[in-house]
Each structure stands twice: as C-alpha cells, then as structure tokens.
Design a protein around this ligand. Structure first.
Ligand code: ADP
Ligand code: MG
Length: 589
C-alpha cells in the first residue's frame, strides 16, 4: 500500500498520546518499522545511550522517493486505510505518528531505496522541518539516523536518566525483538562495540542463549501448547484457538522480580498482568513465594481476538476472550513443568523426545562447546550403570537432598536430622505432603492410583454446585480412586477410597476436593487444588508421634522427590542450619 494520510474519522479512533519518551522509545518505533518493512537484517547503532545518536539500518522494502516526505506527516501510514483495518492489524505499526513525532524532537536523516529504484533518496529534517533533500546511492532498504534527541525540548532532556540506564532500556528492547523474531538477524552496536547479535536461525532457543547466556538457557524447558489445551470447552472444535510456544525456567531457577517474564502476542511484546498471573498459577507450589520464573512465551492467535489499539505505545493490549488465553497459557506451562518434574529423570529415553527437543539438545551441546567436555565428564561420573547417556540438559537438574540421618522428633511435629552440611528440621506434615503429591501425580499420569475398599461403606453429602456438575465431580473422584454411588437425594455411598487416604478423614477430604474443584479459576487450577487437598488429608498430621523407623522412611521418600524443599502449597518442608551457622551462633568464629 502507498503511504497516505488517514482520514479524520480513522485518526480519531486511534489511541492518542506521545510515543517518544526516551531513546528506547525511538529504537522501538524504528525497529518496528524495519520489521514491518520485511527486513531480514536489522542493525542498531547507539551512541551515548541513544542521546547523541541512534541509527537503525534495515534491508527491508524501502520507501519510494515520492512518498518519503509523506512518511513524516502526522497520521501518514501505508499499513491501514479504513476503520475496518483497525480491527485486525497484522503489522506492528498502524498509527502513522512515529516518524513525525521522532523527527519533531531531533535532527533526523533518512536514506532509503526500494528495489524498483536505481538510486535512493536522502532526506534531512531538523525539528520536523525538511532541511535538505537529495538523491543518494544506497543499498535497498532504509537507514534512519536520529541525532541529538530532544535538542529542542530541554525540559525532556532533564527527565532522561543516566547514559547507562538509557542504554539498558535499549538493550532490553533489542533483546526482546530478537526473541520475538528469531528468524531476523539483529545486531546492536553500543559506542562502536558490538554488544549483541542474534543469528537469525529461526530458533527461539538460539536467541534465548544469546540473551540470557548458555548457563541459564540450559535450565529452560520448551513449552509447546498441544491441541488439547486449546479445545473450546464443550465443543468438538479441534482448531487451536491460541498457540503458546516458548521457554520457561525449571522451578529451581527463579528471580526476585517479574522482569524476566516476557510475553509476545502475535509478534508484539506486551505487558499484561493476566499473562503473568497465568504463569504464576502454573508454577503454583513449585516456587517460593515472592519469586518469579524466567519465561519467554510467544502467543499466536487470530488478530481479531486482540485489541492493540488501547495504548499509544501498543505494549498494552486487550484480549477478546481473556479466560481462554489464561487457560491456554496456564495449561501449557503447567503441563511442561509436570512432564519434567514428576516423571523420573531417566524415564525420558531419547526415542520418546520430540524431534524438536532432540534438535534443541543437540544445539545445546554444540553451542556450549567449551563447557561440553566439563559437562560430559560430570555426567559420566554420575551415571548409574546401564542407563543411556543423558544429555547436557540433565546437568541442570535441581540439587536433591543430601542423605540425612534421623535423630529424633520435636513436639511431635518436626523431625530432627543430621546431614553432611549440618542440622535439618523437617516439618513432618509438609514433607509428607510433598512425597504424596509427587506420588499421586506420577500415579495419575500412569492412571494407576491405588484404591482400597472400605470395611464399612460411608455416606457423604454432595451438594449441587453451580459450576461443576455432580457427574463431573464423581468422575474426577473416581479417577482419584474413590468409588462413590448415588444413595438418594444429595447423599452418596463411598465404597472405596484412595489407599493413601487410609488414615485420613474421608468425608472431609471428599467435601474439600469437590469444593476446590468448583472454585478454581481455570479448569486446570481447580483440579490441581483438589489433588492438593487429597494429599493434605492423607499426610501425617502435626502432633502425631512417629517411630524412628517411620521418620527414616519419610526422609528416604522425601530424598526421592524432585522438589524436596517445598510442599505443594509452596511452604518450606525443612529448615537447614549449616555447620557454619551453628559455629557462628556458638561464637566459634
Ligand atoms: P506507522 O508505522 O504507524 O505506519 P510511522 O510514522 O512509523 O507510522 O511510519 C510511516 C510510514 O513510513 C510507514 O507506514 C511506512 O510506510 C514508512 N516507513 C517507515 N519506516 C520504514 C522503513 N524502515 N522501511 C520502509 N518503510 C518505512
Ligand atoms: Mg511505525
């Protein structure tokens, strides 16, 4: 489409506001333009945190000579023309304001050439006014150079932070675009030094390695939504509605803030509370409270399902069906975590890995060639006899518990144990919850939850729930090993219960499971909480006297779990007093 000035009617429907806040906003707009122009290679040059100079070079379509001036007019765009276009935008830009706004507050030079033209055009603007225009030989594509940003608005200059801070914002921005577009080659040159480069291989994982480093990348799991996550509840529709793809950190890797949660929706970086919440829900019970995972997730959905015309910088969006998006993200992430954490490590034989996972593992080893020998050696030494050589990936598993020796019980609630690194106080209830939880998840995955007939059938009442039918609850309960049949009215007869619940209050557990089932926000989370309540009712209570043998048993089982340090509710299972801490407390220096 040629560049045209939008009609008053269309222009008035576009979220208005200033987009040039700081150097990083300039970088963002220019890079988005390059991506929209179909570039395969984008170079960004920055001097003095972008204040002195910012240059974006692309090999995209270029702007025809007779449209160059128009590109700098307000509301001039080649990306939309009518109101209709606004409802399904497939490009990053559409407001036609960026070039005009940037040119107004800087000294800007553009050199551009399309394939059809033999010679390019150079245009120089000062504070938005054309200062010079000439023909100029240039390769196909566009180079925009923005110098002395805010030179004519000293008030704005005052609001800029230090050069380092501004530079970091630009770095973060380029990293994000490189991850959102792994098939493009991005280079970032800061004050003459190449500080970042993506390879343009099309593999997100390659960019993740470049952005976060190999060490961290090794602790990331691949997320891929399956069609099952996308089924519209209650329909036979097998079309994926929302595709979720990306990488998430294993639970032992976490950060103190949300800065490492990165989301892209249809190639656009977005900040969205609901998406962060969906991820937190998926990690529920796996991370200590107040800690956040490292996540890079790309969502793809029909553009008509998203409204991006909410905010001038377009980093806030609105989903038409935000529940569906929440569920898709939460399920995809949760399933990835569960697959990785409940199945015993060595069960994942290479033949069962997807082609993509194989490829990922191959790359992992390839990229880390210097570290490879080191990694392999470490793995060789750990490897039990007769087990296939694990890949470098296993190297990143969270540290398990050291062997512990039980010494006794305190207030019939805590187990005291000694390990090579000091003293451990273990909460018998939360520790047992962790053990039972992982067992339940593994048995459930194999559909092998063991059940035990009751000597005396038990009657329970299941009140009708609005959100989940009794049939659905019964179905779920039977999957968990309960055998329940109608006994007239709201009353039901329980004939068998899961074996692990043998010592627990069966009626109470059923009531809570049904309750949790109906209160989960997304389908998955209710079930998740229901499983946790079964585990909670099955675990040994605080205040219960345990024999040394029973305690040893519990600790041995805890040692086998993948996440021994927290219970499924996320509370700690143990407190560790290191030898050094003890020495310090006793003043041994
Ligand atoms: P928008 O991106 O919202 O359309 P801009 O002010 O950013 O508005 O750009 C105006 C127009 O200039 C774009 O619609 C596009 O046609 C053209 N343009 C800007 N940058 C480039 C580029 N790097 N390569 C090709 N065309 C460009
Ligand atoms: Mg633009």
């Amino acid at each position: 489409m040629p560049i045209r000035v939008l009609s008053e009617e269309v222009a008035s429907k576009i979220a208005a506001g200033e987009v040039v806040e700081r150097p990083a906003s300039v970088a963002k707009e220019l890079v988005e333009n390059s991506i929209d122009a179909g570039a395969t290679e984008i170079k960004v040059e920055v001097r003095q945190g972008g204040r002195r100079l910012m240059r974006v070079i692309d090999d995209g379509a270029g702007i025809p000579a007779n449209e160059v001036e128009l590109a700098f007019a307000r509301h001039a765009t080649s990306k939309i023309a009518s109101l209709d276009d606004l409802s399904s935008i497939a490009t990053l830009g559409f407001r036609g304001e960026a070039l005009a706004s940037i040119a107004a507050v800087s000294q800007l030079t553009i050199v551009t050439r399309t394939t059809e033209e033999e010679v390019g055009t150079q245009l120089r603007l000062e504070g938005g006014k054309v200062a010079q225009r000439q023909k100029k030989g240039s390769p196909q594509g566009t180079v925009v150079t923005v110098e002395n940003l805010f030179y004519n608005v000293p008030a704005r200059l005052k609001f800029l932070r230090s050069e380092t801070t501004e530079r970091k914002h630009i770095d973060g921005l380029i990293h994000r675009y490189a991850m959102a577009y792994p098939d493009l080659r991005f280079s970032l040159i800061n004050d003459g030094r190449l500080t970042f480069q993506s390879l343009g291989t099309g593999q997100l994982y390659d960019v993740v390695i470049k952005v976060y480093g190999l060490e961290l990348a090794q602790q990331m799991l691949e997320v891929q939504s399956s069609k099952l996550d996308n089924l519209k509840p209650g329909t036979q529709n097998l079309e994926p509605i929302i595709d979720v793809y990306g990488y998430i950190s294993i639970p032992s890797l976490h950060r103190a803030n949300r800065n490492y949660l990165t989301f892209f929706v249809n190639g656009r970086w977005v900040q969205d509370r609901m998406l962060s919440y969906a991820v937190s829900e998926a990690y529920h019970t796996l991370l200590p409270t107040g800690r956040y995972p490292v996540v890079v997730l790309c969502l793809t959905l029909d553009p008509s399902q998203v409204d991006i015309n909410v905010h001038p910088t377009k980093s806030e969006i609105r989903f038409l069906d935000s529940n569906a998006v929440f569920t898709a993200v939460q399920k995809a992430v949760r399933r990835t975590l569960m697959d990785q954490t409940t199945i015993p490590r060595m069960a994942g034989l290479p033949s069962q890995w997807s082609a993509q996972e194989m490829e990922r593992r191959r790359r992992l080893v390839e990229v880390g060639s210097e570290r490879r020998a080191q990694v392999e050696l470490a793995l060789e030494m750990q490897r039990p006899v007769g087990v296939e050589a694990p890949s470098a990936f296993e190297f990143a598993e969270p540290a398990r518990l050291p062997p512990l020796r039980v010494l006794g019980q305190v207030v019939q609630t805590y187990i005291i144990a000694e390990g090579p690194e000091g003293l451990y106080l273990i909460d018998q209830h939360t520790a047992h919850e962790r053990v039972l939880y992982e067992r339940l998840m593994a048995e459930r995955a194999r559909m092998a939850i063991t059940s035990q007939a009751l000597l005396q059938p038990l009657t329970v009442e299941l009140p009708l729930q609005p959100q989940v039918t009794v049939e659905e609850s019964l179905e779920f309960l039977s999957q968990l090993g309960f055998d329940i049949e109608p006994f007239g009215g709201d009353t039901y007869l329980v004939r068998a219960a899961p074996t692990m619940l043998a010592q627990g209050d069966i009626a109470q557990a059923i009531a809570e499971i049904v309750d949790e089932l109906t209160t989960g926000r997304a389908i998955g989370t209710g079930e998740e909480r229901a499983l946790i309540s079964l585990v909670c009712h099955s675990a040994v209570r605080a205040g219960q006297t345990l024999s040394i043998e029973e305690m040893r048993d519990l600790i041995r089982q805890l040692e086998q779990t993948t996440m021994p340090r927290t219970c499924p509710h996320g509370r700690p299972t143990m407190i560790h007093l290191s030898v050094a801490q003890l020495a310090r407390e006793f003043g041994r220096g």
